[in-house]
Design a protein around this ligand. Structure first.
Ligand SMILES: Cc1cc2nc3c(=O)[nH]c(=O)nc-3n(C[C@H](O)[C@H](O)[C@H](O)COP(=O)(O)OP(=O)(O)OC[C@H]3O[C@@H](n4cnc5c(N)ncnc54)[C@H](O)[C@@H]3O)c2cc1C
Length: 431
């Protein structure tokens, strides 16, 4: 066998795994249908990403110095018809004993991924630009991949980092748990300096199911702007004969920020995708792991995609290294990996769905309160993960309790919000 590990997909998860495995001296082959550079979305990183990027050999300061990243120090929410407001991590948590990161990055994803690819290649990872068309399995073991060009690839370990293509899941018939409605995202880029040293969101708290616009400065001179909306709304527009450009222009022109930018750009180059966040029912087996979006797709609003890809890669790599030459993952390791991936995926997706996408908390307590309720959970959970890096049995147990507490936090606020809505409804009907 020529390789220790064969990876499908050279996105952020597959590249991070290639780097970590090569650092440990394993022979790695990574297959992707598309050669570099890849065009990628996923540009606003959560607060734990600087440390994770360093672990895979990427220096966040160099990204900033080279003009392919900008600082993200806060989020700014521009709610139509209201004063804009901000949320930033309190500086006190930077100090001991917490020592949380309070500044993170926006990145030009094509440039970041290309840098990680060059690093993996320099370390000796092998890349094959062919699509994997077949996964051979025997019971719970993967025995090989075949590509569209007829190549057969065999290894001791197999990673699926194929993103939403979910190559292994499909080959093994593994179902997923989906969250919320099917959504469509339309995005474009404007050559303009950053509006803020943070990600800006443009929202109107009117939709029963949230739609939102992002403004992410991916470099000092370029800003990514995207619109996320329920797929049924886009379908209605399409039935009325509207093009994707009309839909995006119409939405952006509602906000002062974009009017001059739109006027200066008569034709928009638009990229689009549709998605529905999910978590796979099973994420590892005898000699295989799913990492990144192949295992779990966090909603884009969580800003968790890049960090979970790198985290999954670290945990899967650890499990492979701990196997010490055996080619089967131990039951304990399988349980720990599953717990790590599945609870992060389920909790972030369920909580963003309940606090922001669905209307009760937003309408009952207001968009600002809903945002604080979600970001309090998300920021601290990410920061605690980054700081304490739970991987042993005790750490995993402590985090299980924290996740349970987070469920209580969201459920409690949902109850308060529903009561507020009910009370207002009663006043209204009495009035
Ligand atoms: C609209 C939107 C906005 C987002 N915004 C953010 C954000 O602000 N912050 C954030 O952190 N995350 C964000 N994300 C999520 C983030 O982009 C993803 O989580 C992350 O890029 C996924 O990385 P990955 O490596 O798992 O998968 P991918 O990057 O999708 O990589 C998978 C790779 O597998 C390859 N592949 C697929 N099938 C095959 C096959 N059969 N054979 C060979 N190769 C194959 C593909 O070509 C691809 O290169 C967003 C996602 C969306 C949809």
């Amino acid at each position: 066998m020529d390789h220790d590990v064969a990876i499908i997909g050279a996105g952020i998860a597959g590249l991070a795994a290639s780097v970590l495995l090569r650092n440990a001296g394993l022979r790695v082959v990574c297959l992707d249908s598309l050669p570099y550079p890849h065009s990628k979305v996923g540009e606003s990183l959560d607060w734990s990403s600087p440390g994770l990027l360093r672990r895979v050999g990427i220096d966040p300061d160099a990204l900033l110095a080279d003009g392919i990243a900008t600082f993200k120090k806060k989020i700014v929410v521009c709610e139509l018809g209201k004063e804009e407001w901000r949320a930033a991590p309190p500086p006190v948590i930077r100090r001991s004993p917490l020592r949380f990161e309070t500044v993170t990055l926006h990145v030009d994803r094509a440039a970041l991924d290309a840098r990680l690819y060059e690093h993996a290649r320099a370390l000796g990872a092998e890349f094959i630009w062919e699509r994997v068309t077949d996964v051979r399995t025997v019971n719970d073991r993967v025995t090989g991949y075949s590509t569209a060009a007829g190549r057969r690839v065999e290894a001791r370990w197999y990673l699926d980092a194929s993103g939403t293509a979910r190559v292994l899941s499909r080959a093994m018939g593994i179902p997923t748990v989906a969250y919320g409605r099917q959504r469509v995202c339309l995005w474009t880029y404007f050559d303009t300096p950053p509006l803020h040293d943070g990600t800006a969101f443009f929202v109107e708290n009117r939709d029963e199911y949230l739609s939102w616009v992002w403004d992410i400065p991916i470099s000092p001179a370029r800003t990514s702007v995207g619109f996320v909306v329920a797929a049924e709304v886009v379908r209605e527009h399409r039935r009325a004969g509207h093009s994707l450009e009309t839909i995006l222009r119409e939405e952006l022109s509602r906000h002062e920020r974009f009017r001059d930018l739109l006027a200066a750009k008569p034709v928009l180059e638009i990229e689009s995708t549709s998605f529905q966040p999910y978590v796979a029912d099973k994420v590892c087996g005898d000699n295989w792991f799913m990492i990144g979006e192949a295992a779990s797709m966090p909603d884009p609003l969580t800003g968790n995609g890049v960090t979970s890809g790198i985290r999954h890669a670290r945990h899967a790599t650890d499990a492979i290294l701990v196997a010490h030459g055996r080619d089967t993952i131990s039951a304990t390791r399988a349980r720990t990996y599953t717990q790590h991936v599945v609870r992060l995926g389920h909790s972030f997706n369920a909580h963003i769905e309940n606090t922001l996408y669905r209307h009760p908390i937003r309408w009952g307590l207001g968009l600002q309160a809903a945002t604080y309720i979600y970001t309090f959970f998300a920021f601290f959970m990410n920061a605690l993960h980054a700081r304490f890096d739970p991987r042993g049995r005790v750490g995993m147990r402590v985090f299980s309790l924290l996740f349970l507490g987070a469920r209580g936090w969201i459920a409690g606020w949902t109850l308060v919000a529903r009561t507020a809505l009910w009370y207002r409804g009663r006043l209204h009907s009495e009035g």
